[in-house]
Write a protein that binds this ligand. Structure first.
Ligand SMILES: [Zn+2]
Length: 402
């Protein structure tokens, strides 16, 4: 199949914009990118970009497809049968893709559901974004996320747990360096897996060619993970100068997931969110915003991630995170880059995805208008006119195929 996108705004993903550019897609890849109008083969499907923008498919570096975005998603996960969790996760994957998010990194599933989902999407059984999966997160006994993770204590047990996840086929090993919000009786600022435990897990992942990520909110846990050689910091609520300078020096990215605390604060206890989660959120959120501002000013690489699946942080509304990034000082272009070029690098797919360049996979999105001028257009389902994944239309509004 050949598709020609002609005569409109191309937001490349690397900070550049072609105001009247063209893109030719052949098979699953981008065959040609031009700053001007080009002639397209007769047999090609022609997509007129007049008044519209073409962007790379968005990449969300932190989702939980097994969490349903209900007021108490961990409670729902524990109560519900694995088959129900799986069916809901499949629907979440479909909604995510149709919103223009063509790749996700799942940061914690249950009972291998994320791995099955990934296989189902890859084989074409169900619609969903390209997935990188972390399987079961690894935490200390009773540590944050134990309800869905694998509990491990001491470097030997963490090493074994990491080997088990690699054996199960994960793309990334997730290690819990601190407490968090959604687990009762656990402090977000507290250390959890120790530096030695983290190092053992990271070593095993790296030996097998896998990346690692850490849930890390408190300062000491963030430092432990950085010293142990972690590949990305998720959340980063209490960053300090030392953490930031290590992140800059070693090019360790931050995936802030601002949407998680944003929605918990906004909806609150009245909406049914557990009181302990709301209380912790109100306490830590100002520090989080300040940390992300500091990270930005210091040149830490920040990638888009939502923590979708946490309370009211709905699958398919992932791009709301771009607005959250803009609230802490990012321009629209920087926010889009965080969700395209930078995110591709964080998930290790920068050669294939993240920008509109010749030779890359044709994961593309067409939106009405100009999201650089009006970022919230990306949250309107009717403005997402077309979603292409590997050269195939997965969503196409009737008016765009004329
Ligand atoms: Zn998460």
């Amino acid at each position: 199949m050949v598709t020609g996108f002609i005569g409109g705004r191309i937001i490349v993903g690397n900070g550049k914009v072609f105001e009247r550019g063209s893109v030719l897609v052949e098979g699953e890849r981008i065959a040609k990118v031009s700053e001007k109008e080009i002639s397209i083969p007769k047999e090609a499907q022609r997509i007129d970009l007049e008044g519209r923008s073409l962007l790379p498919g968005f990449i969300d570096c932190h989702v939980h497809l097994c969490l349903d975005g209900s007021p108490d998603p961990i409670g729902a996960l524990v109560r519900e049968h694995a088959s129900m969790v799986t069916l809901k996760a499949a629907e979440a994957a479909r909604r995510t893709l149709l919103a223009g998010v063509t790749t996700v990194r799942d940061m914690g599933g249950k009972e291998g559901i994320d791995l099955g989902l990934k296989a189902a999407i890859r084989s074409g059984l169900i619609l969903g974004p390209r997935m990188l999966a972390s399987g079961r997160l690894i935490c200390m006994t009773g540590g944050h996320g134990w309800q869905l993770g694998k509990e491990a204590d001491g470097p030997d047990e963490v090493r074994k747990a990491a080997r088990e996840e690699v054996k199960a086929g994960v793309d990334v090993v997730k290690l819990m360096a601190t407490g968090g919000v959604m687990t009762p009786d656990v402090e977000p600022g507290s250390e959890q897996l120790t530096e030695d435990e983290l190092r053992a897990g990271i070593e095993e992942a790296h030996k097998a060619g896998r990346r690692t990520a850490t849930h890390a909110m408190g300062t000491q846990g963030i430092l432990n993970a950085l010293r142990a050689g972690i590949d990305s910091i998720e959340h980063g609520v209490f960053l300090n100068e030392e953490a930031i300078s290590l992140m800059v020096k070693r090019a360790v990215p931050l995936v802030p997931t601002l949407s998680a605390l944003y929605h918990i604060e906004k909806k609150g206890i009245a909406a049914g969110i557990p009181a302990f989660a709301v209380e912790k959120t109100l306490r830590i959120k100002p520090f989080h915003l300040e940390s992300v501002r500091m990270a930005r000013e210091s040149g830490v690489c920040v990638a888009m991630g939502t923590d979708a699946g946490t309370p009211f942080n709905l699958h398919g509304e992932n791009l709301g995170e771009l607005m959250r990034l803009m609230e802490v000082g990012y321009s629209a272009m920087e926010a889009i880059q965080a969700a395209t070029q930078v995110a591709a690098k964080v998930v290790g797919l920068e050669k294939e995805l993240g920008t509109i360049e010749e030779g890359k996979l044709a994961d593309l999105v067409v939106v009405e208008g100009d999201p650089i001028e009006e970022i919230d257009i990306l949250l309107k389902p009717e403005a997402i006119l077309l979603v292409m994944q590997g050269g195939r239309f997965v969503k196409a509004a009737p008016e765009i195929l004329k």
